[in-house]
Design a protein around this ligand. Structure first.
Ligand SMILES: [Zn+2]
Length: 67
């Protein structure tokens, strides 16, 4: 049985074996995802420069314990 995975980008089901772009279905999806990660880390960097209020910290801690 060949293991199948869902492309994290477009949700297309792809075969894991012999897939040079795994976990993505294609190089295109891989590049899109990498681009999103770059955006994401940029946003996180920006957010960390802001002062968090006590309420924000409590909300973040609540998020953590919920999982
Ligand atoms: Zn894809």
């Amino acid at each position: 049985m060949k293991s199948q995975i869902k492309c994290p980008q477009c949700r297309k089901v792809v075969i894991w074996q012999d897939n040079p772009h795994r976990p993505f279905c294609s190089e295109r999806c891989k590049l899109i995802d990498l681009g999103q990660w770059a955006d994401e880390s940029y946003r996180i960097q920006e957010a960390s420069q802001e002062q968090l209020s006590e309420e924000d910290v409590m909300l973040i801690n609540n998020e953590k314990t919920r999982h």
